[in-house]
Write a protein that binds this ligand. Structure first.
Ligand code: SAM
Length: 203
């Protein structure tokens, strides 16, 4: 039953949830600095694809076949080559130091092992490359964080392993990245969401 739900309902939910105008505005800001050979982890329904400017190639990593099929419908008219990688970001099938930019938009909240994913991002990123991200995670407010943890015990089952309470800034720093820029954009009418948007580098 749960497998059926993950396969048939979650992709439809994400296709409708992730396509809002408000998220599109945040996506535009985040993706403006993507350049060169780009790896996007957890492409999902592909809402970022038409927003990339000035990139030479995109590796579009997504473990769900159903979401990849939706993303492919948004990849038809792009001016750069797109190669889909059907795998989790815990094991990225690219050589070390092979990409200029790694992008993660609302994916670190859903991966099974964020520490392993961050090590893989470090491995494939060129030493002077950028890891650009936006995601919702743990609020610095203790009371709100307790509610986020309660909510996560439900959402991880029903919205594709989505966690509301990951300490993203801490996880990124502990993985060995230097955070060059971090902001916390608000989403209207979503008081439980605490977004982390930023750029991290290796040097
Ligand atoms: C909330 S959706 C975000 C989708 C997309 N990044 C966006 O901005 O619309 C989370 C995405 O993470 C993907 N995901 C889940 N586990 C993953 C993993 N281990 N590695 C890579 N992506 C994963 C899901 O399949 C889904 O596409």
């Amino acid at each position: 039953m749960m497998n059926w739900y993950q396969k048939n309902i979650v992709p439809r939910l994400l296709n409708s949830e992730m396509g809002s105008k408000e998220l599109e505005e945040i996506r535009r800001v985040v993706l403006a600095s993507a350049c060169g050979i780009v790896l996007e982890i957890g492409v999902g329904p592909g809402y970022n694809l038409p927003l990339y400017k000035n990139i030479s190639k995109l590796y579009a990593l997504e473990p769900s076949k159903e979401l990849t099929d939706i993303a492919k419908t948004r990849a038809n008219t792009l001016l750069f080559p797109v190669e889909f990688l059907n795998t989790g970001a815990e094991n990225i099938s690219l050589p070390q130091h092979s990409v200029d930019t790694v992008v993660s938009t609302w994916t670190l909240c859903s991966v099974s092992d964020p520490k392993k994913v961050l090590q893989e991002i470090k491995r494939v990123l060129r030493p002077e490359g950028n890891f650009i991200f936006v995601d919702h995670g743990a609020s610095p407010n203790f009371a709100l964080r307790a509610i986020q943890t309660g909510l996560t015990s439900v959402t991880k089952y029903f919205t594709g392993n989505c966690h509301y309470d990951r300490k993203l800034e801490e996880l990124i720093r502990e993985a060995g990245f230097i955070i060059k820029k971090i902001e916390h954009p608000h989403e209207q009418f979503k008081p439980l969401i605490y977004n982390y948007q930023g750029v991290a580098t290796l040097s």
